[in-house]
Design a protein around this ligand. Structure first.
Ligand SMILES: *Cc1c(COP(=O)(O)O)cnc(C)c1O
Length: 809
């Protein structure tokens, strides 16, 4: 923790204006749109694409009081409470501060550089070390001059070690990074072709990258690139490769038909063989880098091999799918060890849509007595309906569990008998190591459908939830909007996750949606936004709490409850403070309160209103007016009712922009689903709409594509047909080049009009093949803007026939 005055000596300021020397600084800021903790941020006016000095007024307005600047013409009287440091180079000042901060960290820092694989190695290493250490790693792509400074700033004594990635694109950049990172241990992953990164020659590129390790004692790398000869004689190297001189000698790498590789190495005369779940050269090299690094760090061969078994490429995550016979299938067929079994079982437990739960489990490698005892205790804690075991070594568990057990010697045997097992209304967790190919079982149990899918990343959703939660003071409750099929992302799957994460309230639009949630194990309180008289019966039987917006509806509800002899039924009063959609106008509240105070049938749980423009600064005055009007209206209501109610008015943008509107509860919507309308948060993408290329054609200039000859080709073109059309929710307005999709990371445009079930893309300029995967909306906000709408509409328009697949982990 630093005060402004303590920062002063470390940024080489030529001049300063200190009005509050003891001001504490926690955050470094450089983008006025992304300020999180304004009073404790130090704003750096960087000269990037735009001159950061022009954002000083905005940052000041948001509460920032400390600035590092380089321009002399700042009128400081405009910012009467601000502190200023003048420096020659603002970025450099930030780097110097990061450097100073890094020097306070006494534990080892591992620096990683190279042409490719840096991020993968960093992520994997962190994953491997995390089991017994607190590891800090630089965030995803924070490897540049700015990114590294920001990464280092977040180091703290809480960590046992740190892994920092450094990336350069030009000569002379590494010295800066080296001064900041000053790694204790170095890893150089590999080197690619010179011109690809803007260097004149390979030698130049290698020597430049290796500058990161100028003061590093130990450097680890694959020997085949010959980095050793460029390092100073004082550097100690630790390498793997095919030669006797390598510390880790690789004897054999064998690809196996199960889709994994067996690797044999020799280290200090000890020969070991282990399996990794990859076959491609790059992944194997990255795994070997991690392997070698762990040896260097002193882990035993056995411990490392055990850890490596858990590595997975990112796409190998647990998936939740809709199954046949009204089942839900949790497919986790890539690994099987206790730790990942526990994670999968936690997820099974979290999904409450069916009472009945079945586990299909394959043999676990190395099942000895010790492991068996642990496995039994894990399985006994679960409330499983039955366990289906695959593999001979599990037979030994037969008599040791009370759960109903079925046992098969092999996956083939299970597949043959699958038709005889009655699966119905249950959640089935399929958990097995790769060599058991339990995906064959999963395929048979999952419902077939159209091949366009909406992938929903539940871990990202959880991350986003945490982001918003961290902004709220502990006494503010959180209501989450799951209306419209959770903004298109699924109903009970999302609701179960939210329930598990203990949000306070859920909100749906119609009673039916609430009934469905109740049927799938949701017992959180649920508010219904648009109840009508026909729905009263379901409100009562499913304990749903209606929004009450008019005298007509409240009177009808009271009559209904009186006949049923119901007392104190929970309702939510909506006040119209300016939206002019549903709700009581403030001058109707006295009459309402009088009516309510004579109706014991009713209990007002919360009173709320909706902000019209919380995300649009242009209407700030109106927002303030709404907040004020709301507060005084509720005061009046409470006075007549004689009891306190829970108040809420802020939606996602309200949470981000209007802390003064948090009141007792906030209502989170779009932000949870990963769309950051305010561009202020670090949200993760939750929904990915994906389709596939069905056919590719080479067509001459002058040909036309699609209905009404709308897509005239002006050059010889490659045209790809993909399986998504307006019946899937891909609007016709995306036709004729308006829509952009992404294939292998490259953007392509639509040609011709959008058909009902298909549309065509111009793939002339990109590498694309039939059956390639296509991301339909690389950026939801941008795509929505292209057709003049908002991401909300794109999300909720994705048709029900598009299969939802859920990922977790
Ligand atoms: C949909 C809705 C919200 C959530 O709005 P977001 O902009 O998605 O956060 C909040 N309150 C009410 C009444 C809503 O209808």
């Amino acid at each position: 923790m630093y005060t402004l005055v303590s920062i002063l000596p470390h940024i080489h300021s030529k001049r300063h204006l200190l009005r509050n020397a003891e001001q504490l600084i926690y955050d470094l800021a450089y983008d006025s749109r992304k300020i999180r903790n304004a009073p404790h941020s130090l704003f750096f006016a960087l000269k990037n694409v735009r001159d950061g000095h022009t954002f000083i007024p905005d940052a000041y307005h948001k509460g920032v009081r400390a600035f590092v600047v380089s321009r002399d013409d700042i009128d400081t009287t405009l910012y009467p409470e601000a502190n200023f440091f003048w420096v020659k180079d603002v970025l450099k000042a930030m780097q110097e501060l990061a450097r100073y901060h890094r020097r306070q960290f006494r534990k080892p820092i591992i620096g990683i550089t190279g042409s490719n694989g840096k991020t993968m190695v960093k992520e994997w290493l962190a994953q491997l070390l995390q089991e017994d250490k607190k590891v800090y790693q630089s965030p995803k792509s924070y490897n540049s001059q700015l990114g590294v400074a920001l990464s280092l700033w977040n180091l703290s004594e809480d960590y046992d070690c740190a892994i920092i990635e450094a990336g350069i694109s030009q000569p002379d950049e590494m010295d800066q990074l080296e001064e900041m990172i000053h790694p204790d241990i170095g890893i150089m992953t590999n080197i690619g072709v010179a011109h690809a990164e803007g260097f004149a020659s390979k030698t130049l590129k290698i020597t430049e990258k290796l500058k990161l390790f100028k003061h590093t004692r130990d450097v680890i790398f694959p020997s085949r690139y010959g980095f050793g000869k460029y390092l100073s004689s004082e550097t100690r190297t630790f390498t793997f490769g095919e030669h006797d001189v390598d510390d880790v000698r690789v004897l054999r790498i064998e690809e196996r038909k199960e889709g994994n590789s067996s690797i044999q190495v020799i280290y200090r005369k000890e020969k070991v063989t282990f399996t990794v779940p990859f076959v491609d050269k790059a992944s194997i090299e990255n795994v070997l880098i991690c392997f070698t690094t762990l040896l260097f760090l002193g882990y035993s061969l056995n411990a490392i091999i055990h850890k490596l078994g858990r590595l997975r490429p990112l796409e190998m995550r647990l998936q939740l799918k809709t199954g046949r016979y009204n089942c839900s299938i949790i497919d986790d067929t890539y690994s099987n060890d206790l730790a990942s079994l526990q994670i999968a079982l936690d997820f099974l437990h979290q999904q409450q849509q069916h009472k009945k739960k079945t586990l299909i489990l394959s043999d676990m490698d190395g099942l000895n007595d010790h492991l068996e005892a642990k496995l039994l205790s894990v399985l006994r804690q679960q409330n499983l309906h039955r366990i289906i075991m695959v593999g001979k070594s599990l037979h030994r568990l037969q008599d040791k569990l009370d759960t109903l057990l079925l046992s098969f010697d092999s996956t083939e045997e299970l597949v043959r008998n699958l038709g005889n097992i009655a699966f119905e209304n249950e959640t089935i967790l399929i958990k097995g190591s790769r060599r058991y190919h339990l995906e064959d079982v999963s395929k048979l149990l999952v419902a077939k459908s159209h091949e366009t899918v909406l992938e929903i990343n539940l871990s990202a959703l959880e991350h986003n939830l945490q982001m918003y939660r961290s902004m709220l003071p502990p006494n503010v409750k959180l209501m989450v909007m799951v209306k419209a099929f959770s903004y298109g992302s699924g109903s009970y799957e999302v609701a179960n996750l939210l329930q598990f994460n203990k949000v306070d309230y859920l909100t749906v639009a119609f009673a039916d949606e609430g009934v469905e949630l109740r049927q799938h194990g949701i017992d959180l309180p649920i508010m219904v936004l648009s109840p009508d008289e026909q729905a009263f019966e379901s409100l009562l039987s499913s304990q749903l709490e209606p929004e009450i917006y008019s005298f007509r509806i409240i009177k009808a509800l009271i009559d209904f409850l009186r006949i049923r002899k119901q007392k104190a039924f929970s309702i939510h009063i909506k006040i119209d403070t300016g939206m002019h959609r549903l709700g009581f106008l403030p001058d109707e509240l006295e009459e309402l309160a009088t009516l309510l105070s004579t109706a014991p049938e009713i209990k007002v749980k919360t009173v709320f209103s909706h902000l019209v423009s919380s995300g649009n600064r242009q209407h700030d005055d109106f927002t303030i007016q709404q907040i004020t009007m709301f507060s005084s209206s509720v005061d009046k209501l409470e006075a007549i009712l004689g009891y306190k109610v829970v108040r809420h008015i802020a939606n996602t943008s309200g949470i981000v922009n209007w802390p003064s509107a948090y009141m007792d509860m906030v209502r989170l919507g779009i932000g949870l689903y990963g769309v950051d309308m305010n561009k202020k948060m670090t949200l993760e993408k939750v929904s990915e709409l994906k389709t596939t290329i069905t056919q590719i054609k080479e067509l001459p200039a002058g040909a036309t594509v699609g209905y009404d000859r709308k897509g005239l080709l002006h050059r010889p073109s490659r045209i790809a047909t993909v399986k998504i059309g307006y019946a899937d929710g891909y609007s016709r307005r995306f036709g004729e080049g308006v829509g952009e999709m992404s294939i292998n990371g490259q953007r392509v445009r639509t040609v011709g009009s959008i058909c009902m079930d298909m549309c065509m893309l111009d793939v002339t300029d990109v590498a694309a093949q039939e059956l390639d995967e296509v991301v339909v909306f690389p950026d939801w906000i941008e795509a929505a803007a292209r057709i003049g709408t908002i991401p909300y509409e794109l999300l909720v328009n994705i048709a029900a026939r598009v299969k939802r697949i859920y990922f977790y982990g």
